[in-house]
Design a protein around this ligand. Structure first.
Ligand SMILES: NC(=O)c1ccc[n+]([C@@H]2O[C@H](COP(=O)([O-])OP(=O)(O)OC[C@H]3O[C@@H](n4cnc5c(N)ncnc54)[C@H](O)[C@@H]3O)[C@@H](O)[C@H]2O)c1
Length: 376
C-alpha cells in the first residue's frame, strides 16, 4: 500500500486522534494510501514521549515546527494548534510546499483566514482541507444522500447544532479555548461552528443574512494555581440565517454552538424539515436515522438503526455500530482518497468553505453588537 509521509504540528487532543486513526488504517477496506507520521513538532516535551511510545514510524521530534517544515521527506502536514497560531503555522506550511489538513476555524478571524487563502492562492498545486468529521456518521450520510436526491421537497427549515455541557462546571480550570487572545473573538463559534456548516454549505444552502444572539455566562475561571483569571469568550451562540434551497426558495437556517447546553456531551445534530418529508440525526443516537413517513395529512417519525455502513468501506460488519473515532477515521480516509484523486461522495471541508464560514461569523459578531440583522 502506498504511504504519504506526514508531519504533525501540535500534540494535544486532535493530534492524538490523528495518530490513532493513522495507526488503525488496516480498519479500512478501500486501498487508500496510508498516512505515515514521521515527524512531530510541539513545544511540550512530555507529549513527545506519548508519540514516541505510540507511533512506531516517528523519526523526528522538534519543539520548533519550522524545523519539521524543513524536512523534505514530510509531504503533508496536519496542524492542530491553538487558533491564534493558525495563520502563522498554516502559511508557513504552505510556503514550505506541504499539503495540509488544517483545523477549524482555519484562521482565528476573517483577516487571518484571508492571509491563509492568499498564501494558498500562490500554491494551487497543494491539497488543503479543514477537519470536520461528524457528517461521516453512516446515519448522517443517508440524510445527506436524501438531500442530494431532493427527497424533502421545498425546505421549511434546517437546524444544525453542536452543543457541549462541560462548561456548566464553573470550577473547570481555564484553557486557551476560553480566552479570546488565543481562541479569537468568535468564541464558541470559532471552536464549534464549522461542524455545523459542513453539511449546509456543501449542499448549497448558503446563509445570506444572519441574526445572532451571543451569550457570555461565566466571566472568570480557576487558573489551576489557586487564583481566578478572566474567561472572556462567548459561551453560547444562536444564529438565525436566511438561506435558499436548491430551487432558490428562502428558508430559515438555524445554527447553534454552545458550551453550556445542559445534558449535552459532544451533541452534534442536523435536522431538516421539508414539505414532502423531514429527517434528523443526532450523535446522541449515533446509530439512528429518523425520517417522517406520511399517510395523507398525518406524519409519523420512523427510526432506522443503520449499523456500520460507512462512506469508505471498513472491516467492521454492518450489524455493529459506529462512533466518534470511526468518524475521525472516515474523515481521514476522505482526505487521503481525494488527495490521491479518487472520487469521494462527501469530501472534507474546503478552504473556500472556510471563507464563507468566516463571513458568517464576522457578520454574526456585527449582528450581535448592533442587535440587528447583518448581511453575510
Ligand atoms: N475536529 C475536531 O473535532 C476538533 C476538536 C477539538 C479541537 N479541534 C481543533 O484542533 C485545534 C487544536 O485543538 P486541540 O483540542 O487539539 O487543542 P490542545 O490544547 O489539546 O492541543 C494544542 C496543541 O498545540 C500545541 N502547540 C502550542 N503552541 C505550539 C507551537 N508553537 N508549535 C507547535 N505546537 C504548539 C500544544 O502543545 C498542544 O499540544 C484547534 O484548531 C481546535 O479548534 C478540532
Amino acid at each position: 500500500m502506498k504511504t504519504v509521509k506526514f508531519g504533525v504540528i501540535g500534540s494535544g487532543l486532535m493530534a492524538r486522534e490523528f495518530a490513532s486513526a493513522a495507526a488503525r488504517w488496516c480498519h479500512l477496506n478501500a486501498g487508500i494510501s496510508r498516512p505515515e507520521i514521521v515527524a512531530l513538532a510541539s513545544p511540550n516535551p512530555a507529549h513527545h514521549a506519548w508519540f514516541g511510545q505510540n507511533v512506531p514510524s516517528l523519526k523526528h521530534t522538534f519543539t520548533d515546527y519550522r524545523r519539521l517544515l524543513e524536512l523534505d521527506e514530510v509531504e503533508a502536514v496536519y496542524a492542530a494548534v491553538p487558533h491564534v497560531l493558525h495563520e502563522q503555522v498554516y502559511t508557513d506550511a504552505l510556503r514550505a510546499g506541504k499539503h495540509l489538513m488544517g483545523e477549524k476555524p482555519f484562521g482565528m478571524d476573517k483577516a487571518q483566514n484571508g492571509a491563509i487563502m492568499a498564501e494558498l492562492a500562490k500554491r494551487p498545486e497543494l491539497f488543503v482541507r479543514c477537519a470536520s468529521e461528524f457528517p461521516y456518521f453512516p446515519a448522517m450520510q443517508i440524510l445527506i444522500k436524501w438531500i442530494t436526491e431532493k427527497r424533502f421537497g421545498r425546505i421549511l427549515e434546517i437546524r444544525s447544532g453542536f452543543c457541549h455541557a462541560s462548561d456548566l462546571d464553573v470550577t473547570k480550570p481555564i484553557n486557551w479555548k476560553r480566552q479570546a487572545a488565543a481562541n479569537g473573538e468568535y468564541g464558541c463559534m470559532g471552536d464549534l461552528g464549522i461542524h455545523t456548516q459542513h453539511v449546509p454549505f456543501r449542499m448549497g444552502f448558503r446563509p445570506e443574512k444572519v441574526f445572532a444572539k451571543l451569550s457570555k455566562y461565566v466571566t472568570e475561571r480557576p487558573d489551576g494555581k489557586g487564583g481566578m483569571v478572566p474567561c472572556d469568550t462567548w459561551d453560547n451562540a444562536v444564529l438565525i440565517c436566511d438561506a435558499k434551497d436548491q430551487g432558490g426558495n428562502p428558508f430559515p437556517l438555524y445554527m447553534e454552538t454552545k458550551r453550556m447546553a445542559p445534558g449535552c456531551t459532544d451533541n452534534w445534530y442536523f435536522e431538516i424539515y421539508g414539505l414532502e418529508c423531514s429527517a434528523k440525526f443526532t450523535t446522541q443516537k449515533p446509530n439512528v436515522f429518523s425520517y417522517t413517513a406520511s399517510w395523507g395529512k398525518e406524519q409519523a417519525w420512523a427510526d432506522i438503526n443503520i449499523g456500520y455502513k460507512p462512506m469508505v468501506p471498513a472491516i467492521t460488519g454492518p450489524i455493529f455500530e459506529f462512533g466518534f473515532t470511526d468518524a475521525i477515521l472516515q474523515m481521514w480516509a476522505a482526505f487521503m482518497a481525494e488527495f490521491e484523486g479518487k472520487e469521494v461522495f462527501f469530501p472534507c471541508f474546503t478552504p473556500q468553505e472556510t471563507v464563507l464560514s468566516h463571513r458568517v461569523y464576522t457578520a454574526a459578531l456585527e449582528s450581535h453588537k448592533l442587535g440587528s440583522v447583518a448581511a453575510v
